[in-house]
Ligand binder design. Structure first.
Ligand code: SAH
Length: 271
């Protein structure tokens, strides 16, 4: 890390002497055959972030998946390792340079199977969905290139065929939170990450419906009781109730999902 860059040593030892990007190649920690998330970011300290906690954190420690975070800064140019410049054509903000991103992308993708998607979180992208999480989980891993400022020079997106994927119709300051959300949704689908695999099959979106409501003890709280059917012990009745609640919620809250679902099984939804 260049001597003039802000210190990242929040009580941590500076682990990087002033190395050039090529010398920073970390071909050590990779475990062959382990699902791998690669992240290119200007904020490496933001990782693993929430992914280091709870189920995804335990799975990371158990090597069910691995995370390679690459700091974009050392790929920058000059004394300050600049990574961005002003937008061509004028206007506010800064744009991440294609040449600098290119060097980082070429380094991290070396040896990565092409079937691992190369993605840039972006509000202009295709909306991230449960189906996409399932698809990514079935591949060898994913590479996420986090934007900052105004975003990424279009030529880098075009040259590497980077797919833009959006977390939703709002604008974040950077791709890191979106990357963590997408990785969380994906990693929890890897075999062995969730204790109870059945919960993945029944949850929201798995069959195009939102999930039914949940209740637990106490049986009465603030004058509110648990729906009697859930205490009946009649599993067929319970399954029927949950199904009809899932349909009711989906119809009320997500007409878009409901239309798709109803078109798939028209017989279920006559009348
Ligand atoms: N000027 C851009 C927004 C840039 S926001 C535009 O109007 O489209 C800066 C970075 O934050 C983006 O490059 C992207 O990496 C990330 N980001 C912002 N909103 C996002 C969203 N909804 N989904 C995924 N990533 C997002």
């Amino acid at each position: 890390m260049p001597a003039d860059s802000p210190s990242r040593s929040h009580g941590r030892k500076a682990i990087r002497p002033a190395l050039r990007p090529r010398e920073l190649m970390q071909d050590t920690p990779e475990l062959a055959g382990v699902w791998t998330a690669q992240v290119v970011t200007l904020l490496p300290g933001a990782f693993p972030g929430v992914l280091g906690e709870s189920l995804t954190g335990r799975a990371l420690r158990d090597r069910i998946w691995q995370l390679q975070v690459t700091d974009l800064r050392p790929f920058g140019e000059g004394r300050h390792r600049n990574v961005d410049d002003t937008p061509a054509g004028g206007g506010a903000g800064m744009v991440l340079r294609a040449d600098i991103l290119g060097r980082a992308i070429e380094q991290v993708r070396r040896g990565v199977p092409p079937s691992a998607p190369l993605v840039a979180p972006s509000p202009r992208g295709r909306r991230f969905t449960q189906a996409m999480a399932r698809d990514w989980a079935a591949r060898p891993g994913v590479t996420l290139v986090c934007g900052r400022f105004e975003g990424i020079d279009q030529r880098a997106l075009d040259h590497y065929g980077i797919e833009e994927v959006s977390l939703g119709d709002f604008v974040l300051t950077g791709g890191e939170i979106a990357a963590q959300a997408m990785l969380d949704a994906t990693v929890r689908l890897l075999p062995g990450v969730l204790g109870n695999a059945a919960s993945v099959e029944e949850e929201s979106f798995s069959d195009g419906l939102l999930e039914h409501p949940h209740y637990t003890r106490p049986a009465e709280w603030q004058g509110r009781t648990i729906p009697g059917v859930l205490l009946s012990g009649n599993h067929a009745e319970i399954a029927r109730w949950r199904r009809s609640e899932a349909e009711r919620l989906t119809r009320d809250r997500r007409p878009d999902l409901w239309a798709t679902h109803a078109a798939k099984d028209p017989d279920d939804h006559r009348g």
